[in-house]
Structures are given as structure tokens and as C-alpha cells.
Design a binder for this molecule. Structure first.
Ligand SMILES: CC(C)(COP(=O)(O)OP(=O)(O)OC[C@H]1O[C@@H](n2cnc3c(N)ncnc32)[C@H](O)[C@@H]1OP(=O)(O)O)[C@@H](O)C(=O)NCCC(=O)NCCS
Length: 174
């Protein structure tokens, strides 16, 4: 393995396209509550609009040689942007600041898991989010059936806050 961790600018976002689509396919495959919701979710409908709507973005791609094998996407965005036509992700009154941090997308190709790549990307995300002194609330949204990710985030210090959309998503908070 010849791994490199690359912070990419928004105009190179397309490097993540296939990995983002793989993440959606993976999430659908493990979901037992309303998996069909994922049918409309792909790079163009999830990653591109998130990056456009956020205030600050942090995108890291891991490559093995020249091949992208993992990515992590985190952002800072207004708390209001977490209440939209799809869902209200948390009680806006429970956040006293204007903006929140979000580890929004995270995917490591199957054959590269359990080597510490996820832990490294997770800590890069937290280091980046922690720079913003006016942000105190961090969220991660895990779709149903993804127990592995849920346990991973709990081990890293996040706690389950609540479920939304009849259990389709579990909201984790720190
Ligand atoms: C969840 C996910 C990001 C974790 O990534 P990962 O690279 O497998 O995570 P790590 O290897 O850092 O850690 C997983 C476990 O592997 C083991 N591990 C880590 N490094 C290891 C090493 N060098 N040797 C042996 N085992 C190791 C540890 O048990 C670790 O558990 P810990 O958190 O208690 O340390 C990854 O499984 C994934 O991409 N899943 C599919 C997509 C997904 O669920 N995304 C999240 C959407 S919300």
C-alpha cells in the first residue's frame, strides 16, 4: 500500500464521486428502514449541494498510488441548514451558537478497513472542526443498519442523541 492523504479543494470535488456513490450503495445495502430513500442519493444530490451550502468545507481523499480508496468530508454550516424539506436533524434551540460542525461523509473501501485509516481521517476531521472557536456542537448522522459506524463513533467519543425519520437516521452528538 502506498497511501497518501490529500486535502482537496472544492473544485477537485469530483475525485470523490465514485467513493460517494459507493457510500450511498453501501448504506442502502445495510438499511432495513426505508432503504428506498437512498435511491435519490448520489454524488450530485448529496455531496455537491452540501459543499455548496456549507460555510467551510474540509475534504480529504486517501489514495493508494493514484487510486482514491477513502474520503472524509466535514463542514461548518448554519444550524438552520440542518432543518430542511428532508428532515429536521436536531432541535435548533438546543444549539446556542449560530453554526455547527458536521462529519458529513466518510467512506473507506472494504479492503482498506481495519488498518487505522478511518481513525486517522476521524482525528483529522476533529482537529479541523476544533479550530472554529465559535462552534461547540458537532453532529454525525448514521443511517439505520450501520452498526459498525455507530460503534466506531461511540468509541471516538460521540453519543447517540436521538433518532429521526422513524429510525432511518440516528443522530450522534458531541
Ligand atoms: C466506519 C469506517 C469509516 C471505519 O474505518 P476503518 O478504517 O475501518 O477504521 P479503523 O481501522 O481506524 O478502526 C476500526 C477498528 O479497526 C481496528 N484497527 C485499527 N487499526 C488497526 C491496526 N493497525 N491493526 C489491527 N486492527 C486495527 C480497531 O479495532 C479499530 O477499532 P478502534 O476504533 O477501537 O481503534 C469504515 O468501516 C467504513 O468506511 N465503513 C463503511 C462506510 C461507513 O459506514 N461510513 C460511515 C457513514 S456514517
Amino acid at each position: 500500500m502506498q497511501l497518501t492523504f490529500e486535502v482537496i479543494s472544492e473544485n477537485k470535488l469530483e475525485v470523490c464521486k465514485d467513493l460517494c456513490n459507493e457510500l450511498m450503495t453501501f448504506q442502502k445495502s445495510v438499511a432495513h428502514i426505508r432503504p428506498e430513500i437512498f435511491d435519490n442519493m448520489r454524488y450530485e444530490t448529496r455531496l455537491v449541494p452540501s459543499v455548496k451550502n456549507a460555510i467551510h468545507n474540509y475534504i480529504v481523499v486517501v489514495k493508494d498510488g493514484v487510486t482514491p480508496i477513502a474520503y472524509m468530508y466535514s463542514n461548518i454550516s448554519s444550524k438552520e441548514s440542518h432543518s430542511n424539506e428532508f428532515a429536521t436533524f436536531f432541535d435548533l434551540d438546543s444549539v446556542k451558537n449560530k453554526n455547527v460542525g458536521n462529519l458529513a461523509q466518510f467512506f473507506i473501501k472494504k479492503e482498506y478497513r481495519q488498518y487505522g485509516i478511518g481513525s486517522k481521517l476521524f482525528s483529522m476531521s476533529m482537529d479541523w472542526l476544533n479550530q472554529f472557536n465559535d462552534v461547540e456542537d458537532y453532529f454525525i448522522y448514521v443511517s439505520n443498519g450501520n452498526e459498525n459506524a455507530l460503534e466506531f463513533y461511540k468509541r471516538k467519543g460521540f453519543a447517540v442523541s436521538h433518532e429521526i425519520l422513524d429510525g432511518f437516521i440516528t443522530v450522534l452528538r458531541r
